[in-house]
Design a protein around this ligand. Structure first.
Ligand code: NAD
Length: 356
């Protein structure tokens, strides 16, 4: 298979971990006889420094022309501490999602058995948890009208959803449920919020097309509690942009560390694959960032954008092998991990490559 992959490392540790993710794609291409052609582009703070824009036109053109995008992270402390900055790295991310029509963010939450003790949740509650989140990405309070009134003393953000936006993500989520345990939980706040009432109405309608999938509707507050109390009860979860943003970070703790979780943003065009963590400037340049989320993002890319299931599994098995051998990065090590088994970004990447 011949494919064009655009590598967009972005800022901070995005640069360090994406480099390793790319090496893993290369190793897969060699082993399975594929040809992956790479190009690279700027986004975020590095793009602002170089061009003045967080998403330069050149990057967007390259993104639209590629078959899949391996993405790092955007962000810089300079902007985090200055809420008044007009140009911000995150604008690049939001614009990319809009321009590429990336309306669904998929986050598989599955704990490798070897990391059961790295989570703050009890192992007996966690063992066997396997959740696939679908977070809507292009609507909701993030994109509606926003502003200030009453001389700046009152602020508002309008949440909006249209029927078609809910329908298209619902179909993706139902399709995925069919390939898993055939359970779908739709999360909303339909007791108080009008967009949630539309959300629930649409899910109920689409559910008629999937009689083999068991559907439940849950309020977001109850879901937040149940994710910690009994994560095993969930299979596929589908929810709106804001609820999904919060619930998926909560669920990341089920997997032990931000450094372990991959995500895919998909729509009708090029898909973007990225770790869920940010640019982590507290550890940038130290060579300690965990690259496994970027490597697992590469596995998602192979599976979802290229349909290469065997290759994707080879990556996941290699990560599993590295963890079984006892190797850890600092963020997933515990008091019992011998110092010699705590590896840096590149060294743990090499262990994954060896096993591929
Ligand atoms: P963060 O995810 O960058 O870091 C949170 C904590 O987790 C930090 O202590 C960090 O050291 C640790 N961590 C994260 N990834 C790790 C890894 N791979 N290995 C080891 N430790 C890891 O979140 P933050 O500190 O809230 O934000 C930092 C910057 O990233 C901000 O500018 C924020 O806006 C941006 N951000 C970007 C994205 C994105 O690009 N998708 C997502 C979240 C945050």
């Amino acid at each position: 298979m011949k494919k064009n992959i655009l590598v967009v490392p972005g800022d901070g540790i995005g640069q360090e971990v994406t480099e390793v993710g790319k090496k893993v794609l290369d190793a897969i291409a060699k082993k399975f006889g594929h040809e992956f052609i790479y190009d690279e582009a700027l986004i975020g703070h590095v793009a602002i420094e170089a061009t003045g824009s967080p998403l330069p036109d050149e990057t967007l053109v390259k993104m639209k022309a590629s078959d899949a995008i391996l993405f790092g992270a955007v962000g810089h402390p300079k902007y985090d501490n200055d809420p008044t900055a007009k140009v911000r790295p995150e604008q690049g991310l939001l614009k990319m999602r809009k321009e590429l029509g990336l309306y669904a963010n998929l986050r598989p939450i599955k704990l490798f058995d070897e990391l059961l003790d790295a989570s703050s949740i009890k192992p007996e509650i966690l063992r066997g948890a396997d959740i696939l989140f679908f977070r809507e990405l292009t609507g909701d309070i993030y994109f509606g009208e926003k502003g200030r009134k009453n001389d700046g003393n009152t602020a508002y953000d309008v949440a909006e959803y249209s029927r078609f936006e809910v329908e298209r993500i619902a179909r993706k989520a139902f399709d995925a449920a069919r390939t898993r345990r055939k359970k779908l939980c739709s999360v909303d706040k339909a007791n108080v919020i009008e967009t949630s009432r539309l959300w629930r109405e649409v899910i109920q309608k689409i559910a008629l097309e999937y009689p083999d999938v068991e559907v439940e509707h849950q309020f977001v507050d109850a879901t937040a509690m149940l994710l910690i109390k009994d994560p095993k009860r969930f299979d596929v979860v589908v929810t709106a942009n804001l609820f999904g943003d919060i619930l998926t970070d909560e669920a990341s703790q089920i997997a032990g560390s931000m450094g372990m979780l991959a995500s895919a943003s998909i729509g009708d065009g090029t898909g973007v694959y990225e770790p869920i963590h940010g640019s982590a400037h507290d550890i940038t340049g130290k060579g300690v960032a965990n690259p496994l989320a970027s490597i697992l993002s590469a596995a998602l890319l192979l599976d979802i954008s290229f349909g290469l299931k065997k290759e994707s599994e080879a990556v996941i098995n290699a990560v599993d092998g590295v963890l079984k051998a006892g190797f850890r990065t600092r963020d997933i090590a515990d008091a019992n991990t011998p110092a010699a088994s705590i590896l840096g970004t590149n060294a743990i990447g090499e262990e994954v490559l060896k096993r591929i």
